[in-house]
Design a protein around this ligand. Sequence first.
Ligand SMILES: [Zn+2]
Length: 108
Amino acid sequence: MSDPRELLLAKRAEVEGELADLERPPSDQGSISFGKRVGEGTSMAVDRLSQVVVHEQLQHTLEDVDRALAKLDEGSYGACDVCGRPIPQGRLEALPWAVLCVEHAAAR
Ligand SMILES: [Zn+2]
């Protein structure tokens, strides 16, 4: 298995890049023309809303990645932050930044 720290640092860079993209104002903002068909504004608002949701999910992932990196330093990586039981290997391979067991991740 690869070094989890490398996986976490790579994920951190990826998430930060996606957050930066979301936070950047749309480049075509100045060229929005009037006279678009009715309903366009609504779908733009929905896009904006889904961006907010994605942004929140990315922030959560970033928090988990940072927490997982801290756990590597503490030597508690791979153990659930709530109950201390080992996080299954398969879960860590799918989600190297998992800091909770399946049970406690579902309860969050
Ligand atoms: Zn747990």
